[in-house]
Design a protein around this ligand. Structure first.
Ligand SMILES: Nc1ncnc2c1ncn2[C@@H]1O[C@H](COP(=O)(O)OP(=O)(O)O)[C@@H](O)[C@H]1O
Ligand SMILES: [Mg+2]
Length: 227
């Protein structure tokens, strides 16, 4: 296995500018996530967890500092190269699933692969394999509106992992689920991840879930501290 960090931050700062108002959120975040490592990021509401995750995912740029995905500095990429990197090397799972309601479970999971040079058969085969792993083989033709909240998050996890990313980024992935469903979805995510070469970064305020990861980092006063 390569020893290049899956994800690395070097002195990342972020200040939102809103008219004359400056809102400093990240004051110097350093982070080094090894391949396959499972890391939880915890912190109080408003501490900047989503801000950090957006930047790790290349959705927003830091005010200063650098972020490397699989050794590649995102700062200096063109929009086109950044999109390609995001599609090929990163997976995303959000609290609100961001799936397409008018499409089937299978179509939603196929979506990230449609940007890659694969035959439709290969795309479907990969998507079906992931759907089996998350326990949704019996739901592939259902529309998103026809399945439960837990099944939607399982669909989101399958979609996030279908490209075999270097890192899966999840922002409160089980935040909208009841305790028991959250526990089951989390369990599935960690189990699948153990058999893949993907590292996991999960933002959660649930310490019971965070405790099951390799490492917990607390975002406080704009910096990450080990717990
Ligand atoms: N686009 C934005 N413009 C200005 N301020 C923002 C923006 N997004 C987030 N913030 C502010 O940054 C801080 C951190 O927000 P966020 O990253 O969402 O925290 P968390 O996810 O930990 O709850 C908050 O004070 C929030 O109001
Ligand atoms: Mg948040």
């Amino acid at each position: 296995m390569s020893n290049t960090a899956a994800l690395k931050c070097d002195k990342v700062k972020k200040t939102y500018v809103d008219g004359k108002l400056q809102v400093p959120v990240l004051l110097g975040v350093d982070l080094d996530i090894a391949p396959k490592e499972q890391v939880a990021i915890v912190g109080t509401s408003g501490s900047g967890k989503s801000t950090l995750l957006h930047m790790l995912g290349g959705l927003d740029k830091p005010t200063s500092g650098s972020i490397f995905v699989d050794g590649i500095d995102m700062q200096h990429l063109s929009e086109k190269k950044l999109s390609k990197l995001r599609n090929e090397k990163l997976g995303f799972v959000y609290q609100m699933h961001h799936l397409l309601p008018e499409f089937s479970v299978l179509e939603n999971v196929c979506m990230p692969l449609l940007f890659q040079a694969l035959s439709i058969e290969a795309v479907q085969q990969k998507a079906l394999a992931l759907l089996e792993k998350v326990g949704l083989s019996h739901r592939v033709t259902h529309k998103l509106g026809e399945i439960s909240g837990g099944e939607r998050q399982r669909t989101a996890i399958a979609r996030g992992l279908v490209t075999d990313p270097v890192c899966l980024l999840a922002d409160e992935p089980t935040g909208n689920l009841d305790r028991q469903t959250a526990e089951q979805v989390y369990q599935t995510m960690l189990e699948i991840n153990r058999h893949m070469n993907t590292s996991l970064v999960i933002v959660t305020h649930d310490m019971a879930l965070a405790n099951r990861m390799d490492r917990i980092l607390m975002l406080t006063e704009g910096r990450l501290t080990p717990m």
